[in-house]
Ligand binder design. Structure first.
Ligand code: MSP
Length: 508
């Protein structure tokens, strides 16, 4: 059985989750669900990044301890993910003892291997990014992303000898062309490496909120240095029952484009320094933007966006969980930026869900009810829809394997369109009950069975509901390999039910 280890970034626990964090998480969830459906052994991990100055500052501003603060914000992430149907297998909090143990073990190995040394750091720091900037990379002393003044920092720190990995990283990229996708982001990472790598400061002594450096307890690790290692915490690295050897060669990190350098340069170098293989794949995605501006936490405060209006739960309460999951996966291909808008959600809902999918299911159930006694006829082996179905399945399979879930949905909706056109052509609602109607309806039901399996990674509740309406049991037992024309059984009770997606008027 193939293994598939997929991770989201761990989210800063300085504030509540928003629709931008839901974008990463829902896409990762859809990928995890597809691989389970495909029969793979899956581990899907998310979590919260709870150290660092940004979190400590957020807690101080509220007059609570950092741990009290992250305990409540971390729970808000879990609640949001439960709400939107995230099927994670593990949730890492970086304040957990298991994470501390893995971090200390991993970094001690790098230290023992001679890649960590002491030096004085002097430079500029952005707390919102939790990142260092050179004078040239700054925008006249301001952060180029957050437009806030950078803080000058000078302290004696431990450094990681990143410069020692330039050649090895370039070789790794050359030998693993699929390491970073899409190719434009791979080129970005490569350009960074080719530009020359400087050693990086990996500890702080001016703050206490972090994982203690085992060989120098006055220091804590710099937040990014502890955060990246969460990907190994989930595998039990350096602890009892360590499963790294089983899972690591199959690792896929889904990340946003602003954290490429950490995941595509630092992280593989850290792995090399610890004597292990880098992760096998990093899939980069773009940003959801509102009016061209990134929908991130710090930006929201700066730009005055009302973040609470776009908390995932606000959207799922209004439009339903599956429509929002559909919108997030379908509207913006992984790798591109996308414009987030309520109008966009309503348009997708009314067109793709109400008019296309909802209408197909409703009219088929109605005609089976009125012309076939509510009992399913069998699909015909020679149906013209068989070719549409097999083409859609082939396209969707490749799309899922290539981390393009939006394209898998696109192929599925093409099949839905073909089935609706087929019904328009035959107009079974105008035909007399009999063998001709049976053929048309058997074929339409077989398309619906295909569609249900194909949408299930993205719209699990809708899939389960339609599955039940077409008289099938236990959708949990369905597999991607069940796709293939002619398997829908005759003689099942088909029920109509309420509209799946009542149309939304565009001014609501
Ligand atoms: N804590 C670090 C990640 C450490 S991973 C070892 C971090 N956290 S974050 O909360 O700021 O961002 C987490 C992820 O959310 C990033 O991949 C980021 O791209 C994503 N998003 C935040 N805002 C987003 C949008 N507006 N659109 C899409 N994704 C966005 O970085």
């Amino acid at each position: 059985m193939a293994r598939f280890y997929i991770t989201t970034p761990i989210y800063y626990a300085n504030d509540a989750p928003h629709v931008g964090s839901a974008y990463s998480t829902v896409n990762a969830d859809a990928l995890a669900r597809w691989h389970r459906l495909n029969g793979d052994q899956v581990k899907f991990v998310t979590g919260t990044d709870e150290h660092g100055q940004k979190v400590a500052d957020a807690a101080a501003a509220r007059g609570v301890s950092p741990l009290e603060w992250t305990t409540s914000t971390s729970q808000r992430f879990r609640d949001a993910w439960d709400e939107i149907g995230i099927s994670y297998d593990d949730f890492i909090r970086t304040t957990e003892p298991r994470h501390r143990d893995t971090v200390q073990k991993f970094l001690s190995t790098i230290y023992d291997n001679g890649y960590i040394f002491k030096d004085v750091y002097s430079g500029l720091y952005c707390v919102s990014c939790e990142d260092y900037f050179t004078e040239e990379a700054s925008n006249q002393g301001n952060c180029p992303i957050h437009h806030k003044a950078l803080t000058h920092m000078e302290e004696e720190n431990w450094f990681f000898r990143l410069s020692a990995f330039e050649e090895r990283l370039l070789t790794y990229y050359e030998e693993h062309p699929g390491f970073v996708t899409p190719a434009t982001k791979r080129n970005e990472a490569l350009a960074f490496i080719r530009g020359g790598l400087k050693d990086i400061s990996i500890t702080r002594s001016s703050i206490q909120w972090g994982v203690e450096v085992p060989w120098d307890p006055k220091h804590v690790f710099y937040v990014w240095y502890d955060a990246l290692i969460n990907y190994l915490t989930a595998l039990g690295y350096g602890r009892e029952g360590d499963e790294t050897a089983e899972w690591w060669p199959h690792s896929h990190h889904l990340i946003g484009k602003e954290i490429i350098r950490f995941h595509c340069v630092w992280w593989p170098a850290m792995c090399m320094a610890a004597g292990m293989e880098p992760p096998s794949h990093v899939q980069v995605h773009g940003w959801l933007l509102i009016g061209g501006q990134k929908l991130g936490k710090s930006m929201a405060h700066d730009g005055g966006l009302k973040l609470t209006d776009i908390a995932p739960v606000t959207l799922t309460d209004q439009y339903g969980v599956d429509p929002i999951r559909y919108y997030l996966v379908r509207d913006t291909a992984l790798g591109n930026d996308g414009e987030f808008s309520l109008e966009g959600i309503v348009a997708r809902y009314n067109t793709d869900l109400a008019n296309n999918l909802g209408n197909l299911v409703a009219r088929v159930a109605t005609v089976v009810g009125s012309k076939c006694g509510g009992v399913s006829p069998a699909p015909s082996p020679a149906s013209s829809l068989a070719g549409d179905a097999s083409e859609a399945v082939a396209t969707a399979t490749a799309a899922w394997q290539n981390f393009a879930p939006h394209a898998a949905l696109e192929a599925t909706w093409k099949l839905i369109g073909a089935a609706n056109a087929y019904l328009e052509t035959w107009a079974p609602w105008k035909m007399e009950a009999g063998p001709e109607v049976d053929i048309v309806m058997g074929d339409a039901l077989e398309v619906i069975r295909h569609v249900v399996i194909m949408i299930s990674p993205v719209m699990p509740s809708t899939a389960a509901e339609i599955w039940r309406r077409i008289g099938l049991t236990e959708i949990d037992g369905a597999r991607w390999s069940d796709l293939g024309w002619g398997r829908y059984p005759k003689g099942r009770d088909v029920v109509k039910g309420d509209p799946l997606f009542p149309r939304i008027s565009s001014d609501s």
